[in-house]
Design a protein around this ligand. Structure first.
Ligand SMILES: [Zn+2]
Length: 279
């Protein structure tokens, strides 16, 4: 399932390919994915130039110029891929791929949305209404933003009896820290994931904020190395296998202290940590 680093990787790959390109046409092979696609609002994007591609949590925001400065909102769901390809010089229209549900023609660039499980989405709205869009308005802090720091985590965690890991994964407070990244961040910060969040000291909050940024940045850096004019979501676990310190390494020696990596299960989700060096 695409997580924040994968979505950010798609954003960084797609933006330079589409920026200032004019949308020539949209083709929908169906009018619903996870939710209905607002066909008229999507058609209203045609004729406009791409002004930016932004990301909010795991939503890609394709912003367009012109009246109302509208935006397309794309979510990859469980299995979605946003592919950006060069249109063949011959002008021939590429065949639809299996599970390709919509495409956007940007002249010499073609965007295809491929999603076997159809949990993805496509929406469109006026740019000014994005902050109050029903899917975006309750999202928490972006962890890669400057405002996400030790002071932020300290303020959020005061009085909190939920675990540190639960706090990190609560999307209404912080977006994009999934199960893997939560365990890895706690390890980097030397904090036990099951501790009550309210017990975190200021310096631990600072270390944790740094750790979250570093883990996400490392994942983005790994995901961003593999494409040129083809943008895809890495579905293999290459980064995980190489870089993860504790996730799915139960029983192995901690690479920092040599202690044994442990696995506990909370609400059906595995948590990995080291009793030797996490407090
Ligand atoms: Zn350790």
């Amino acid at each position: 399932m695409p997580e924040l680093p994968e979505v950010e990787t798609v954003r960084r790959g797609a933006e330079p390919l589409l920026l200032r390109h004019r949308l020539r046409g949209v083709e929908l092979r169906r009018t619903d994915l996870r939710w209905p696609i607002p066909v008229a609002a999507v058609r209203d994007l045609v004729g406009r130039r791409c002004a930016a591609i932004e990301r909010r949590s795991k939503y890609l925001l394709l912003r367009f110029d012109g009246r109302g400065a509208p935006a397309a909102i794309v979510h990859l769901g469980m299995s979605g891929r946003l592919l950006v390809e060069r249109t063949p010089r011959s002008g021939a229209r590429p065949e639809w791929r299996r599970h390709e549900h919509w495409r956007m023609d940007f002249g010499d660039r073609l965007v295809r949305f491929v999603d076997p499980r159809r949990f993805g989405m496509l929406d469109a709205c006026a740019g000014a209404t994005l902050p109050t869009h029903w899917l975006l308005r309750d999202l928490g802090q972006e962890p890669l933003a400057a405002a996400f720091d030790g002071a932020f985590l300290h303020a959020v965690s005061r009085g909190m009896t939920a675990s540190v890991k639960a706090m990190l994964m609560d999307g209404r407070r912080i977006v994009g820290v999934g199960n893997i990244y939560a365990s890895e961040s706690c390890w980097r910060a030397r904090v036990r994931p099951r501790r009550a969040a309210g017990s975190l000291l200021r310096r631990e909050c600072a270390a944790l904020a740094r750790a979250v940024k570093d883990v996400l940045a490392a994942a983005i850096a790994a995901g961003g190395t593999s494409f040129r004019d083809y943008v895809g979501v890495a579905e293999d676990a290459g980064w995980f296998a190489r870089e993860l310190a504790v996730y799915e390494r139960a029983g192995e020696a901690c690479r920092r202290c040599g202690g044994r990596v442990r696995r506990t299960v909370d609400q059906g989700r595995s948590t990995y940590w080291c009793a030797g060096c996490q407090r």
